[in-house]
Design a protein around this ligand. Structure first.
Ligand SMILES: C[S@@+](CC[C@H](N)C(=O)[O-])C[C@H]1O[C@@H](n2cnc3c(N)ncnc32)[C@H](O)[C@@H]1O
Length: 284
């Protein structure tokens, strides 16, 4: 029997209410025999599919090992890194696909594959009120951030609430500039440091501390994917305001914190006009 015949037979017996009437004993024998006989065929098909899946996963595992080794040589920063990504992922810049939500796509799967560590660590500390739990910035948003920030070689990029370090690492790979992540959760910071070390990225550092207490004296571009809100965000913005009196800075936001940042009188806003919180907003 072909797979499509098995499918049709199963569809028919699913609808056959008479099977469930006690007196139809012999009909049940017939159906149970069929299920027994066809399951061998279905298992064989599943095994064939799994063989193909394992081969494909092996190709990907080898590819990512090779690419990680390439990145470790230091040859793939800036344009070279962007070209490398373009060689493998072509469909991430579909701006319409994830409008209004922080969805993930093939670019995230590819960028995740470049990470030398694959298992997310357990959170070890409880978040304080107003702190926001970890959620990764979609990779296409980081690519867009790099386009919109107009980085120069002298810029120093901070990710406030850097989580597992993806954004600080990706901005460094895309630009070559110095990047610093500030993260409250120690286990996330260790993970992020190990990833940067595993890719031999010496210009990426992670500070395990509360963003309210960090030293921002080097920073020129500050990114926040809504790491905290309320009074905590007000306190951090007051610290950044002090920095802005010493040199020009940019603040780039993503998610619900954009509205609170946009209400700061000392910042010039280039917030998206349509009030979509899942679009990057650039303030200077
Ligand atoms: C929405 S995630 C941001 C993810 C990260 N920026 C990225 O691009 O992948 C928020 C992060 O902020 C961290 N966080 C919350 N409050 C913080 C604080 N006061 N200081 C430092 N990190 C904080 C959380 O632990 C969490 O990892």
């Amino acid at each position: 029997m072909s797979i499509s015949e098995i499918q049709s037979y199963i569809a028919a017996i699913e609808k056959d209410a008479s099977l469930y009437q006690e007196k139809n004993f012999e009909r049940r024998i017939e159906v149970l025999d069929f299920i027994e006989a066809s399951s061998g065929q279905l298992i064989a098909l599943k095994n064939r599919a799994e063989k193909i899946r394992d081969k494909l996963l092996e190709i990907d595992a080898n590819l990512f090992q090779k690419l990680q080794a390439d990145i470790r040589t230091g040859r793939y920063t800036g344009k070279e890194f962007k070209n490398l990504v373009d060689d493998y992922v072509r469909f991430y810049s579909d701006g319409n696909k994830h409008q209004g939500e922080p969805g993930y796509d093939n670019l995230d799967i590819f960028i995740n594959g470049l990470s030398p560590l694959q298992t997310m660590p357990e959170q070890t500390k409880d978040l304080e009120p107003e702190m926001v739990y970890y959620q990764k910035t979609p990779a296409r948003i980081v690519f867009e951030l790099v386009e919109k920030a107009h980085f120069t070689k002298e810029d120093v990029f901070f990710d406030l609430g850097s989580g597992l370090g993806h954004t600080a690492i990706l901005v460094n790979l895309l630009t070559g500039i110095k990047t610093i992540g500030v993260e409250f959760e120690p286990a996330f910071c260790v993970y992020a440091r190990d990833c940067a070390a595993g890719l031999n990225l010496s210009n990426v550092t992670f500070k395990n501390m509360d963003a309210r207490n960090a030293d921002y004296s080097e920073g020129t571009i500050f990114f926040m994917y809504t790491p905290f809100g309320g009074e905590m965000l007000r306190e951090v913005l007051a610290v950044l305001k002090k920095e802005s009196l010493l040199r020009k800075i940019k603040i780039i936001t993503y998610g619900p914190c954009t509205a609170q940042v946009a209400s700061q009188g000392w910042l010039n806003s280039a917030a998206p006009e349509d009030d979509n919180i899942y679009k990057l907003a650039v303030f200077s």
